[in-house]
Design a protein around this ligand. Sequence first.
Ligand SMILES: *[C@@H]1O[C@H](CO)[C@@H](O)[C@H](O)[C@H]1NC(C)=O
Ligand SMILES: *[C@@H]1O[C@H](CO)[C@@H](O)[C@H](O)[C@H]1NC(C)=O
Ligand SMILES: *[C@@H]1O[C@H](CO)[C@@H](O)[C@H](O)[C@H]1NC(C)=O
Ligand SMILES: *[C@@H]1O[C@H](CO)[C@@H](O)[C@H](O)[C@H]1NC(C)=O
Ligand SMILES: *[C@@H]1O[C@H](CO)[C@@H](O)[C@H](O)[C@H]1NC(C)=O
Ligand SMILES: *[C@@H]1O[C@H](CO)[C@@H](O)[C@H](O)[C@H]1NC(C)=O
Ligand SMILES: *[C@@H]1O[C@H](CO)[C@@H](O)[C@H](O)[C@H]1NC(C)=O
Ligand SMILES: *[C@@H]1O[C@H](CO)[C@@H](O)[C@H](O)[C@H]1NC(C)=O
Ligand SMILES: *[C@@H]1O[C@H](CO)[C@@H](O)[C@H](O)[C@H]1NC(C)=O
Ligand SMILES: *[C@@H]1O[C@H](CO)[C@@H](O)[C@H](O)[C@H]1NC(C)=O
Ligand SMILES: *[C@@H]1O[C@H](CO)[C@@H](O)[C@H](O)[C@H]1NC(C)=O
Ligand SMILES: [Cu+2]
Length: 615
Amino acid sequence: MRNFNIISNIPFVLYLLALLRWVQAAPALSADVCAAGNSTRAPVRFAITLTESVVYHDGFKRPGGILMNGQFPGPLLELEQGDDVEFTVWNLLPYPTTVHFHGNDQLGTPWSDGVPGLSQRGIQPGQSFVYRWTATQYGSYFYHAHEKGHVEDGLYGPIHIKAADSVERPFSLISNNSDELEAMRKAEDNTRPIVLSDWRHLSSQQVWDAEEATGLDAFCANSLLLNGKGSVNCLPQETINEFTAPAVKQLLNGSQLTDMGCIPPTVAATQGPFPHNFSAIPPGLFSGCESTEGSTAVLTVDPHDVYASWDLIGAASLLNMAFSIDEHPMYVYAVDGRYIEPQLVDAVSITNGRRFSVLVRLDKPAGDYTVRSAVNGLSQIMNASATLTYVNTVKTQSEPSKPYINILGSNATADVTFQNESAIVPFPVETPAQYADQTFVLNLNHYNASYRWTLGNSSYPLSLEESQPLLFYPDSPAAHNDLTIRTKNGTWVDIIFNVTGPLQPPHPIHKHSTKFFFLGSGEGAWTYASVAEAAQHIPQSLNLKNPPLLDTVNTPAAATAPSWLAIRYQVVNPGAFLVHCHIQVHLSGGMALAILDGVDAWPTIPEEYQLGSSC
Ligand SMILES: *[C@@H]1O[C@H](CO)[C@@H](O)[C@H](O)[C@H]1NC(C)=O
Ligand SMILES: *[C@@H]1O[C@H](CO)[C@@H](O)[C@H](O)[C@H]1NC(C)=O
Ligand SMILES: *[C@@H]1O[C@H](CO)[C@@H](O)[C@H](O)[C@H]1NC(C)=O
Ligand SMILES: *[C@@H]1O[C@H](CO)[C@@H](O)[C@H](O)[C@H]1NC(C)=O
Ligand SMILES: *[C@@H]1O[C@H](CO)[C@@H](O)[C@H](O)[C@H]1NC(C)=O
Ligand SMILES: *[C@@H]1O[C@H](CO)[C@@H](O)[C@H](O)[C@H]1NC(C)=O
Ligand SMILES: *[C@@H]1O[C@H](CO)[C@@H](O)[C@H](O)[C@H]1NC(C)=O
Ligand SMILES: *[C@@H]1O[C@H](CO)[C@@H](O)[C@H](O)[C@H]1NC(C)=O
Ligand SMILES: *[C@@H]1O[C@H](CO)[C@@H](O)[C@H](O)[C@H]1NC(C)=O
Ligand SMILES: *[C@@H]1O[C@H](CO)[C@@H](O)[C@H](O)[C@H]1NC(C)=O
Ligand SMILES: *[C@@H]1O[C@H](CO)[C@@H](O)[C@H](O)[C@H]1NC(C)=O
Ligand SMILES: [Cu+2]
């Protein structure tokens, strides 16, 4: 035990040493001189120092981890709606990087969106960058790296924005009892994050190098983490085989899943008709499971509070996960930082980039309950667990807790209910314009290699992260090509994601800047010129009345046929923003597109954000 503590403190010691080194070498801090904005309220100042370290998140020794102020996940940023924020990133990593505020609309501050090649240049080693923005929205968000695959090295942390008092809560749809309502409000005020992520034993650079060397889509992770903690629990091959889904067995054609529970890269159907070099696959990419004894996250609850509230944050880089707390149903009351009519469910399925805010009633016998997450999807069999423990009370629980979900992330018993995305009703309802001014159809497919992807007519090269940021050069030749779309301010825009199949996993599509209305999705080819035309043929698949407002949504899996997904938004925030797949290896492989929103009303960039400014 003592030994473990010393090991877990090494990153912190390194962080202090690094900080000391930086303080000696750093130029005078210029942030104050460059401070902008005329808000009467002082801005909330928050700073993270990025350092590289050997880490042991799942008990496996992993060089090249990223820590934020010596921590992982990064420290919680807590705000109140309306706050102005000054988020400073000190980069002590040996390479440039940027930080993005996932789901934050960056209304009026497109220069703080954190996308290299679009809104800024990478923050160089030893340099800092101040992201200034306003918390116009409330709810659950997170910050994460947006350069190369740094998010896979652990650069992420939670953000919670307390809703203004004037914003109506949906809690009276759960109960009208005043004690219950007070308990729910109090729980909401004390919302804590549960960061769900996946973890690889190879660094993001090693994963990318391996993709280039093998030509393969590296769709396999080493472990799942809950609040940054976890273990590798190699399942016996018989268990893996027993749980292999029939559809996967068919793909495997007589072979079996790897010891990491992944589809072997030699299964041609999943990697597409492209050349591969299997001898360049490093150990641990698809197989080579090594069990570890890592640490377990503990969530404490006090039953006197009656309710607990959590932000479930989908910070994975690769995998879709099911999540549940044994014997504790959850009221999902917000999705992607926007209230909904509460849905009472036993389990949720959470994709990369998605956030659910949930209320849980603490009415079970006091004791310990297993918190479970498991990959749900066909690509891998893997799970993780944490513990929910009742404190400040006498424990009366008599048996081990009963699971809602199994290691496949499926219902463990017949009566378990999953959150249903199609049944989300926003609170309050907002209605989009009934017709769009412009429609873009973006094709999602492989592009010349298993690991390269399109979003639209072309594949967005990773090298563009190092080019001149388009926010500063909206009229350059680079801003007029297949890698950008252009919209006019105030107009309504439809984007149809046309998954041209065959055999693609769901792609978690994330749009930067303001949220979008999720109009619908379906299986089969999208053969329509517009949503209006589609609505005449498949009205049941499109919701123009009370669609959810989201910033991240999964395309339907294209298992045997193509699939599609339609979103609509109004352009209100001129600037250069990315829309992309939130699976990091797909984003690195080009599944991204730049939206030059409101090119006719382009913003004037403040002095301190001009390229080459010393701020
Ligand atoms: C701040 O106020 C000054 C003086 O009133 C004004 O000139 C300036 O444009 C304002 N700046 C911002 C960022 O609003
Ligand atoms: C609480 O009261 C409101 C207004 O009368 C009603 O719409 C709502 O359904 C009630 N909630 C519950 C849980 O009964
Ligand atoms: C399945 O395996 C058999 C025997 O090895 C082989 O003949 C056949 O071509 C395979 N089918 C596919 C779809 O790969
Ligand atoms: C395949 O990878 C191996 C190991 O990295 C390498 O030695 C070999 O040259 C590669 N083959 C081709 C055709 O690139
Ligand atoms: C996965 O689930 C099994 C069955 O509940 C459990 O024994 C195991 O500890 C879980 N694995 C991890 C890494 O938590
Ligand atoms: C899970 O739910 C499905 C659909 O309701 C049901 O068919 C299946 O039997 C359930 N699984 C278990 C293990 O009960
Ligand atoms: C999900 O909700 C939609 C819309 O209410 C409904 O049509 C569908 O049957 C629900 N699906 C499940 C699995 O309950
Ligand atoms: C991709 O493949 C197409 C043909 O399928 C070819 O025309 C194009 O040049 C290739 N692009 C790259 C970048 O290799
Ligand atoms: C893709 O190419 C077609 C044909 O040239 C064009 O009509 C369409 O606008 C392009 N789509 C995008 C998103 O650039
Ligand atoms: C962009 O359009 C929105 C919505 O019509 C409007 O509120 C906003 O003022 C416009 N912005 C600019 C810079 O014109
Ligand atoms: C959408 O994808 C289908 C293939 O599934 C393709 O035939 C069609 O041309 C695509 N639509 C557009 C507008 O590119
Ligand atoms: Cu993807």
